[in-house]
Design a protein around this ligand. Sequence first.
Ligand code: NAI
Ligand code: MG
Length: 342
Amino acid sequence: MTVIAVVPGDGIGPEVTDEAVKVLDELQLGLDFDHLDAVNATTFQTTGTGLSPSDFERIRSARSVLFGAIGAPGINNSEYGRGVLIKMRFALDLYVNHRPAFLWDARLSPLRDDRRRNVDCVIVRENSEGLYVGVGGRVRADTPDEIAIDEEINTYHGVSRVLDYAFSIARRSVCLVDKSNAVPNGGRLWQRCWRDAVEGRPDIDCSHLYVDAAAMKLIADPSAFDVIVTNNSYGDILSDLTAQLAGGLGMAASANLNPKTGFGVYEPVHGSAPDIAGQGRANPVGAILSAALLCEGIGLGKAAAAIRAAVSSALAAGRCTPDIGGSLSTREAGAAIRAELR
Ligand code: NAI
Ligand code: MG
């Protein structure tokens, strides 16, 4: 039996994860789900840690993880997130954040010009170093003379392995996005790794953009992009942009991967959305497409394709939640997608 750890989390996390698990169940893939329901804000508040050592062991021993979202109003979400998501990323060395954006239905595009609407790209975000490593400090904190420093860490090993992954999934092109004109040291390292990576791939169309220009070009013509590879912070920001170009946060799926071990934590890009939690209004598509990515990651490519086809048909029929113009509840939207699988 292949064991998948399921971490629903908080807010709409359990609502959307439920629908994703039901879709996987429907396909009868021989998966065994280990539900880790104790990973939530209440546990964090009472014990001070989001992920207990025994929960972490269950995660580590699973084939991969289907994750919902964590976070709740009025608690230290940055510490909570560090204790759960960041802990998994670092302890399991999930150095790739794979974020596809695909426009399922032209009506979901915010762009007016229909010739430029097509989105079918993947942001490959470096997930283990960069600006988010938490290195730095504050000098003369909380005074008018405060200086705050956050260092950005880039290593040859870290950059080259994420570039390797980007090339491994490219269909026609890879675009490197950085800010090497203004960030000289990390910029030079990324550029050196990039030259080495490009040399080995004459079959792939390789280009480079500074991040500001990339933001503009993504709005002007998203159809020009296949794989975009970039650092942790630019990837964070640009993937929200591409998510919006493809119908919004409720639609966006992601995978935190270690391509070498084959382990992944698959999660919708959105958070726990306390503003709509408990109302049955959450769009389950991001979670369901994350389950499709999970299938792909564990070698069930046919199941992944079937899930995507079902999502596509349900959306084409307008069978979806209010955030993307439908009138179905979370459960009804999940059921509509499952119905397409039969
Ligand atoms: P959010 O993604 O939870 O919500 C942003 C907006 O999008 C809200 O108006 C929400 O209603 C809407 N939205 C999000 N997902 C939706 C869905 N599936 N269907 C329909 N509408 C949806 O981001 P926000 O509000 O900044 O954060 C809320 C909490 O989530 C915080 O505690 C934050 O720390 C946490 N968070 C957790 C993440 C994770 O677990 N990976 C990622 C981002 C935020
Ligand atoms: Mg983000």
